[in-house]
Design a protein around this ligand. Structure first.
Ligand SMILES: NC(=O)c1ccc[n+]([C@@H]2O[C@H](COP(=O)([O-])OP(=O)(O)OC[C@H]3O[C@@H](n4cnc5c(N)ncnc54)[C@H](O)[C@@H]3O)[C@@H](O)[C@H]2O)c1
Length: 260
């Protein structure tokens, strides 16, 4: 480039004809990500245990002129994961992008947290992310690709009354790093996007345990408020795009300053 000339940047859709699998695509961040990727040309597999919600996302994308198809998956069930991933690949082509957004949570005193409740949160958030990665990696090994795991500020900082959720999201961060180390030379990028508070159905379902002083939660609420999921979807799209090409094993906080 000649000295003093203006650099030219690529513009336009960044995912044209790329097959992207998005879990939790029926709601919140997963839905916003599916819509964003499709708007930038991706062929989207909208995966969710809530099949009607996943169908709605796919229908809305197609109505807007995009490409999408819905699949039911329970990310905590190895058979369901393997079946739906293979089916989506058969229908849509080789996946080159996986976004793991399916998640569950809730606040509880640890001495009152049931074993089943603990297993459910770990099973969906951590084991589910592992199972989806395991099922999609063979496709990514055949020419490269990207995985974006959705973490949380709760996986970085101490968050009260959410031991299972915090442990699951801390696990997602270390899973991201371990996988990246393993696949660094195999053309697979793996990044964790760690949101703070987002306005989604997940958050509106949370209730504080009875009798707990709400001030205990001040540290997990950004003083500048919460973020629309569409903004976080924009960050997911950036790290998943070729512009994120040198991001490997990174943990990208989008949390209104919670983890400064
Ligand atoms: N909302 C927040 O404040 C916030 C903050 C930090 C991180 N996160 C993370 O962002 C991600 C998306 O959360 P959200 O706020 O969009 O929640 P959401 O409840 O709006 O969406 C989660 C989706 O996951 C699906 N799901 C749940 N269990 C599943 C399973 N077993 N198999 C497949 N799909 C399943 C649900 O049906 C739902 O459609 C989650 O991983 C969550 O932990 C959310």
């Amino acid at each position: 480039m000649a000295e003093g000339s203006i650099p030219q940047f690529a513009s336009g859709p960044r995912f044209t004809d790329r097959v992207a699998l998005v879990t939790g695509a029926g709601s919140g961040l997963g839905r916003a990500t599916a819509v964003r990727l499709a708007a930038e040309g991706a062929i989207v597999a909208a995966l969710d245990i809530a099949d009607a919600a996943a169908e709605q996302t796919a229908t809305d994308i197609v109505a807007a002129g995009g490409h999408a198809r819905a699949y039911r998956v329970d990310v905590s069930d190895p058979e369901s994961v393997a079946e739906s991933v293979d089916l989506a690949a058969e229908d849509l082509g080789r996946p080159v992008l996986l976004v793991n957004s399916a998640g569950v949570g809730g606040f509880s005193r640890t001495e009152e947290q049931s074993y089943e409740g603990w297993q459910r949160i770990i099973g969906v958030n951590l084991t589910g992310t592992f199972l989806m990665c395991k099922a999609v990696i063979p496709y990514l090994l055949d020419g490269g690709g990207v995985i974006v795991n959705i973490g949380s500020n709760a996986g970085i900082m101490g968050q009260p009354y959410s031991a299972a959720y915090s442990a699951s999201k801390g696990g997602v961060i270390q899973l991201t790093r371990a996988l990246q180390d393993e696949y660094l030379r195999k053309k697979i990028r793996i990044v964790c996007v760690a949101p703070g508070s987002m306005d989604t159905p997940l958050q509106s379902q949370f209730t504080f345990p009875e009798g707990v002083n709400p001030k205990a939660f001040a540290k997990v609420m950004s003083p500048i408020g919460s973020n629309p999921p569409e903004n976080v979807a924009g960050v997911v799209a950036f790290v998943a795009s070729d512009e994120g090409n040198y991001m490997h094993g990174a943990v990208v906080s989008v949390d209104g300053g919670l983890t400064i």
